[in-house]
Design a protein around this ligand. Structure first.
Ligand code: ADP
Ligand code: MG
Length: 257
């Protein structure tokens, strides 16, 4: 059965989308069949894998609000084995539209339950908030991967996220686990990065991935070309480390942590 992993952190700009897109693409390159679900109204993961708005017939909004079959919304990408369930700006209204609906927190879970068997991995790129879309994602997932940026206030806000995870575990998804903590945007030229790594490791211990994503210009350029790093520059340091991360995720999947 496919594993569903939410990529979440309510802080913006920590590398959720970059990680969702590139980890998905790397796992697909390693032969895994991967579905990337974009549940952020900004739709950066959708455009990041080269999907044009004009090519989108149905998006995640239609799945959540209009009960459209997710298989009718999923589209292939230019990476073999990588598929995307796209988002569009329509989704911005979903936070409000979902409020009065029945079983609003379990809509995504119910919608994708029947399709998880078709994939080895499903990644959900969450928006930068702890609202109803993120709660839907955590409820639908087996585990959550948390990117943390190597900067001074790295752990700020993390306790809020952990609190939300605990609430979801208590009320909506008792089997939700922490998949891993990913350190991102490390600037190797500063000592600050090293301090942050130590601090985060002290807090999360073995949950922190050995792969640490460096600041890499190619990673920041790739989205404007609508390409994952695998297509844009497979030889870049960014591609290498996301590939290391993909191997680590596969290894962890074989063992029980
Ligand atoms: P989030 O989805 O958490 O808001 P993004 O993945 O969109 O964060 O990243 C925020 C910005 O930082 C984007 O412009 C992205 O291209 C850039 N970025 C992300 N990771 C890296 C990295 N490792 N090196 C350089 N730029 C990065
Ligand atoms: Mg994002």
């Amino acid at each position: 059965m496919g594993k569903i992993i939410a990529v979440a952190n309510q802080k913006g700009g920590v590398g959720k989308t970059t990680t969702s897109v590139n980890l998905s693409a790397c796992l697909a390159t390693l032969g895994q069949k991967v579905l990337l679900i974009d549940i952020d109204p900004q739709g950066n993961a959708t455009s990041g894998v080269g999907i044009n708005k004009a090519d989108i017939r149905y998006c995640i909004y239609d799945v959540l609000i209009n009960d459209i079959d997710p298989m009718d919304a999923i589209i292939p990408t230019d990476v073999t084995n990588l598929f995307v369930l796209p988002a569009s700006i329509q989704l911005a209204g979903a936070e409000i539209e979902l409020v009065p609906t029945i079983s609003r927190e379990v809509r995504l879970k119910r919608a994708i339950e029947s399709i998880r068997d078709k994939y080895d991995y499903v990644f959900i790129d969450c928006p930068p908030s702890l609202g109803i879309l993120t709660v839907n994602s955590l409820t639908a997932s087996d585990s959550v991967l948390v990117p943390i940026q190597c900067e001074f206030y790295a752990l700020e806000g993390v306790s809020q996220l952990l609190n939300t995870i605990r609430l979801v575990q208590k009320h909506l998804n008792t089997s939700l686990q922490i998949e891993g903590i990913l350190l991102t945007m490390l600037d190797a030229r500063t000592n600050l990065g090293i301090q942050v790594i130590e601090e985060v490791k002290k807090y999360f211990r073995e949950k922190v991935y050995q792969a640490i994503i460096p600041r890499n210009i190619r990673l920041s350029e790739a989205p404007s070309h609508g390409q994952s790093i695998i297509k844009y520059d497979a030889r870049s340091r960014g591609a290498e480390v996301y590939m290391e991360l993909a191997r680590e995720v596969l290894e962890i999947g074989k063992t029980v942590r």
